[in-house]
Design a protein around this ligand. Structure first.
Ligand SMILES: NC(=O)c1ccc[n+]([C@@H]2O[C@H](COP(=O)([O-])OP(=O)(O)OC[C@H]3O[C@@H](n4cnc5c(N)ncnc54)[C@H](O)[C@@H]3O)[C@@H](O)[C@H]2O)c1
Length: 256
């Protein structure tokens, strides 16, 4: 057990997790706390964040709710400063918040396109930039971007989403190179379909569920727990020599 703690333990670390009011972000935040980190929670709904914070505190870690809309880039400076003042440092940033507006390409409006790209890509860049300013003086940092298998493959009704997640991979690589001199590792995770509030309505269509399952060699949808190992690995010192990389948690979808 001591050996595992040495490899993957996050005691004394401070992590920010965006989109942590529900779904993947919520459970990932709790998993990081179980591995030893204190957590700053970012999403829009303060009540939901407070509930997650209470759960984290049950595991003996500190949690801070920081309600914000990631579309408001000009609020980031103040919010991140507040987190830094509260915890004294920031070691890990998990850019998990994201949206999908699945529509056939011919029906995608300019508003749909901008919303998906603004949240999934633009806000991630500006949050990375804001947080890096606090990581650089410590000469240490871990940034993890929640991309998607849709960054690697095309799919129906995913023109904007795939573009945003593909862009996120390129952002990951660019920041990995620029910030390696500050000892900041920047990596991504690319999950397949995971059962969350985002995807639940999609799977009410049984034909869609069957089509998706046929494309996953491991024969099932992903569970949020399938992501914990990748997040903790990329947050821990075990991944110190890994940067600009994407961990596929796709059950083999992209292997075809
Ligand atoms: N669920 C999947 O199948 C799946 C697969 C691959 C990748 N992903 C990615 O994983 C991430 C989480 O997905 P999920 O399924 O848990 O989604 P979800 O819809 O259940 O949760 C998304 C979270 O992001 C937050 N968020 C959205 N817009 C925001 C904004 N403007 N400001 C602040 N917070 C905002 C929401 O409040 C929520 O907390 C997303 O980036 C998604 O693209 C999900």
């Amino acid at each position: 057990m001591e050996f595992l703690t040495e490899l993957f333990g996050l005691n004394g670390k401070v992590a920010i997790v965006t989109g942590s009011s529900r779904g993947i972000g919520k459970e990932v935040a709790i998993s990081l706390a179980k591995a030893g980190a204190d957590i700053a929670l970012i999403a829009r709904n303060e009540e939901d964040l407070n509930e997650v914070a209470r759960e984290i505190e049950k595991h003996g870690r500190k949690a801070l709710s920081v309600p914000m809309d990631l579309l408001n880039i000009n609020e980031m400076e103040d919010k991140i400063k507040k987190i830094h003042t509260h915890f004294g440092k920031i070691d890990i940033l998990v850019n998990n918040a994201g949206i999908n507006i699945p529509k056939p390409a011919l029906e995608v409006t300019e508003e749909d396109w901008d919303k998906v790209l603004d949240i999934n890509l633009k806000s991630v860049f500006f949050l990375c930039k804001t947080v890096a300013k606090y990581m650089i003086p410590n000469n240490e940092g871990k940034i993890i971007n929640m991309s998607s298998q849709m960054a690697f493959v095309g799919y129906y009704k995913r023109a904007a989403y795939s573009s945003s997640k593909g862009g996120l991979l390129q952002l990951t690589k660019s920041l990995a190179i620029e910030w390696s001199k500050y000892n900041i590792n920047v990596n991504s995770i690319a999950p397949t379909f995971i059962e969350t509030p985002m995807t639940k309505p999609m799977f009410e269509d049984k034909a869609f569920l069957e089509e998706v399952l046929n494309r996953i060699p491991l024969g099932r949808l992903g569970k949020i727990e399938d992501l914990f190992g990748a997040v903790i690995y990329l947050s821990s010192s075990s991944s110190d020599m890994v940067t600009g990389h994407t961990v596929m948690v796709d059950g083999g979808w992209t292997v075809w």
